[in-house]
Design a protein around this ligand. Structure first.
Ligand SMILES: Nc1ncnc2c1ncn2[C@@H]1O[C@H](COP(=O)(O)OP(=O)(O)O)[C@@H](O)[C@H]1O
Ligand SMILES: [Mg+2]
Length: 388
């Protein structure tokens, strides 16, 4: 493998790229095999295959640990490298079935710390593990990884990075489209007709407090509320809802990003939930889920509606599968049409993995792919590091 190979790939009219992502929910790695043509605003994308490899519960628990020492970090990085490599190999097999060959792997890795620049933060940093050397070694394919650091170095939040890909996939000549991804954290991209106008930010909590509340209410038995079925049988508890909507993050102006540090269950859920007080579990689930929908709708009301009328909101991420959350979101965002990415023909679970394939393509072409209007970076930057 050599640098000439990257030069050669850059010159090709189309490339087959595997994008891989492990989000804040720590549920598994998503891998998408994508055919990418050209680059920049002319990029064309076709999804060929997609797969999620779920993490075994002990690994998930280790990733969710409040603290880890250097040995654990290095060990986890190699273990995740192996799992990502398995997912990449599955995509290589899918490529063979489809008569093509994987040219490049774009790995977001897994975030274990994210402290973006803030006025009130002394230090800042972001740290994604998942050893790219392991992925390159197992697959024999060059890997581009570690996308967030360059944006943070350029004064940005390092997140969200999907806006460039959202624009490539969803821009319309005369419409403003909201691309909402509900992972552990929820983020929205305002896809404007012109790429230079795109902006995006993390609205705040997504599935993270829903999963956390479910874990607490079920004494660790369940890690999510399937389809929102528990929440659907509960009543909102107004006093708790008020507490959940009272957080400084919601008033902060975009660009902004957040993570488990602010919206993990220990940091965000009120004491009454943490103590499993007298509430009915379904009522807690209804309250937390409605709170998530309201934080998204309020972010729209405060920061998007005054600038652009959205024609529709397209929802992706695991949260799109939570029927109760989708219902609450439709009610809160009325009269804007709210649809899942799946309904538009693009599998919502694959969207972030596809996005990293698109970002990897830009990095390969030595083009910047952070959107300063989304991350707050001082300048556009070429993201990622190559392992060949
Ligand atoms: N059928 C479902 N019903 C409700 N919630 C779901 C369902 N499937 C996935 N989820 C939620 O989505 C989360 C995973 O979403 P994902 O988009 O992978 O997030 P991340 O990017 O943070 O990993 C799960 O932790 C769970 O909360
Ligand atoms: Mg996930």
């Amino acid at each position: 493998m050599s640098l000439e190979l990257l030069d050669d790939l850059r010159e090709r009219p189309e490339r087959f790229i595997v994008g891989m992502m492990s989000g804040t929910s720590c549920d598994g790695v998503d891998a998408a095999l994508v055919r990418v043509k050209r680059h920049g605003s002319k990029t064309r994308v076709k999804l060929i295959a997609f797969k999620t490899l779920a993490y075994a519960p002990p690994l998930r628990a280790r990733l969710l640990a409040e603290k880890m020492d250097a040995r654990e970090v290095s060990s986890l990085s190699f273990e995740l490298g192996d799992i990502f490599a398995q997912a990449a190999v599955a995509m290589q097999e899918a490529a063979v079935e489809n008569g093509c060959k994987v040219d490049l792997i774009a790995s977001h890795g897994h975030t274990i710390a994210h402290y973006p620049p803030r006025r009130d933060h002394a230090g800042c940093g972001t740290f994604q593990i998942t050893e790219s050397a392991v992925i390159a070694d197992r697959t024999g394919v060059p890997v581009v990884s570690d996308f967030r650091t360059r944006d943070v170095a350029a004064g940005g939040q390092g997140a969200p990075l999907v806006p460039f890909a959202d624009w490539v996939l969803f821009h319309r000549p005369e419409e403003f489209v909201g691309c909402l991804n509900i992972g552990g954290i929820a983020n929205i991209t305002v896809v404007t007709p012109k790429l230079k106008d795109v902006f995006a930010f993390d609205t705040g909590p997504g599935n993270m407090p829903i999963d956390g509340a479910m874990r607490l209410m079920s004494h660790g038995q369940h890690h999510m509320d399937p389809d929102g079925s528990h929440a659907a049988h509960g009543e909102v508890i107004p006093a708790l809802l008020e507490k959940l909507l009272d957080h400084d993050y919601f008033d902060q102006l975009p660009p902004k990003s957040t993570g488990r540090e602010e919206f993990g269950e220990g940091a965000y859920l009120p004491q009454e939930i943490m103590n499993r007080s007298h509430f009915k579990p379904e009522d807690v689930m209804a309250t937390v889920t409605v709170a998530v929908a309201k934080t998204i709708a309020q972010a729209h009301q405060k920061f998007i509606a005054p600038l652009h009328p959205l024609s529709q909101v397209v929802v992706s991420g695991g949260g799109a599968r939570n029927k109760f959350l989708m219902k609450a979101l439709k009610k809160e965002l009325k009269p804007i049409s709210v649809r899942t990415s799946d309904e538009l023909g693009l599998p919502g679970d694959a969207r972030e993995a596809i996005a990293f394939a698109v970002l990897g393509n830009e990095s390969l072409c030595l083009r910047p792919s952070n959107v300063p209007g989304a991350t707050g970076a001082q300048h556009p930057a070429i993201l990622g590091k190559f392992t060949v």
